[in-house]
Design a protein. Sequence first.
Length: 94
Amino acid sequence: MSLALAVGALLAVGCVVLVAAPFLREPAPADDRLLRPDAAQQRRLAAAEDRDRALSALKELEFDHRTGKVSDDDYRELVPVLRRRAAETLRAIG
């Protein structure tokens, strides 16, 4: 009975080591380096961020207008500006 218990314990330890080994190794230096984006990629990222900001501002304005935080006059004044900005950023990306 003690032999079976020892074999079982040894098998359990072996399984734990086998499963844990990938998590305990240090990553190779080449694996965790990020490549610096080139100029074209940086322009695309900046344009995408501008697009997201413009669409977010438009969505927030529309929400504030629906909830009564922004008057009809202010909404009519601001929405064309934000729509134009959103359209310009979408054109710049596409």
